[in-house]
Design a binder for this molecule. Structure first.
Ligand code: KG4
Ligand code: ZN
Length: 338
């Protein structure tokens, strides 16, 4: 029998996510998203080209109460089974805001609190699309993480490889900054790359392409700096295009290798960078070529959101994995040991 990773029917949870720069709250009812609020902080961090932790904490504090209140309007008369909250990995201050709010809500509603791993949340976004046939190969690519995992059975993760330096999203953000684009950089690079006309006559390196399942993005980033220095009249759209291709290709090379080296039924992608059109196209193509089922969540479920935390929380709750009210944050939490 094929093992499936799927949403828990019959459970209703609130999911709270504040690990980085989105204050996100959602209500997940019987596997369906009844309400979802995502308050972004892009305007706050734009001038800095990256997330400033202290400013993020304050913005979460300002936004969280209202976000919860808005979502709880949809929970009236509904029997809640739990409050799921990201307890790590992420930025300490921002995590504390979400965890404190989740504790208050759990106390006031008298329902269990569930501490969720942010990356398990990104993975569970896929289950909101369809049940995932296991074993699955999973590529999680966000602003802080880039990792390739095997899921052998529900909740059993094996670390196969990951970045040895910058995360994929971080690389997009840094490259965008060098091109004078806004934050977050991924969508900006994607937009600019789409305007590229004519042949792009240069490429950036696919680091570590020839062996193993680890990735590196500091090389392509430096290559962009060097290219812009050497070509003062460079076409920014061509640079964005070449950079995006380099990152996506490097990720697909590793996915393809991992699939060759193991037995899988599905390919899952998740995390903010999985919102990238080129990565989505290439993942779909790889799935087709290898005969695996490709599960590619809609963009809004790839970037940080509360529904994915509620989905992972439901999975944990169904297994009795409830947190004490003393739940602490774990900024360096790891889903699978390296
Ligand atoms: O998962 P996420 O929303 O937050 C973290 O957990 O970090 O991922 C945010 C990252 C940012 O680095 C952002 O630039 C990147 O995801 N990102 C993208 C796209 N949309 C967001 N990267 C490439 N293409 C996109 N369309
Ligand atoms: Zn994330």
């Amino acid at each position: 029998m094929t093992d499936l990773l799927r949403v828990e029917y019959g459970l209703t949870l609130v999911g709270i996510e504040t690990s980085c720069d989105e204050t996100a709250v959602a209500l997940l009812r019987d596997g369906e998203i009844s309400a979802s609020v995502v308050v972004a902080q892009n305007d706050i961090h734009r001038d800095f080209g990256g997330v400033v932790p202290e400013l993020a904490s304050r913005a979460h504090s300002r936004a969280i109460t209202r976000a919860i209140r808005e979502v709880m309007e949809y929970a009236e008369g509904v029997s809640l089974d739990g409050i799921a909250v990201t307890s790590g990995p992420g930025l300490a201050g921002p995590l504390m805001v979400g965890v404190a709010a989740a504790k208050a809500l759990s106390l006031s509603k008298n329902v269990p609190l569930i501490g969720v791993d942010h990356m398990e949340g990104h993975l569970f976004a896929a289950t909101l699309v369809e049940p995932v046939a296991l074993p699955a190969i999973v590529l999680l690519v966000s602003g802080g993480h880039t990792e390739l995992l095997a899921i052998d059975a529900p909740g059993i993760y094996r670390y196969l490889g990951g970045t040895i330096d910058d995360a994929a999203g971080e690389a997009f953000d840094k490259a965008a900054r060098m091109l004078g684009l806004g934050f977050p950089g991924g969508p900006e690079i994607e937009r600019l790359a789409a305007t590229s006309v004519g042949p792009v006559t240069f490429t950036f390196p696919r680091a570590l392409a020839h062996h193993g399942l680890d990735l590196s993005f500091s090389g392509p980033k430096t290559a962009v700096v060097n290219y812009l220095r050497a070509h003062r009249d460079a076409d920014p759209a061509h640079v964005a295009y070449a950079f995006q291709e380099a990152v996506v290709d490097a990720l697909i090379i590793k996915l393809r290798r991992a699939i060759k080296e193991g037995f899988y039924r599905s390919i899952v992608i998740g995390g903010g960078v999985a919102a990238n059109t080129r990565l989505r196209e290439e993942t779909a193509r790889l799935a087709e070529q290898t005969g695996l089922r490709g599960v590619i969540p809609p963009r809004a479920l790839c970037t940080d959101n509360g529904a994915m935390i509620a989905a992972a929380g439901a999975f944990r709750l169904a297994r009795g994995d409830v947190a004490p009210l003393a739940l602490g944050i774990d900024p360096a939490r790891e889903l699978a040991a390296k």
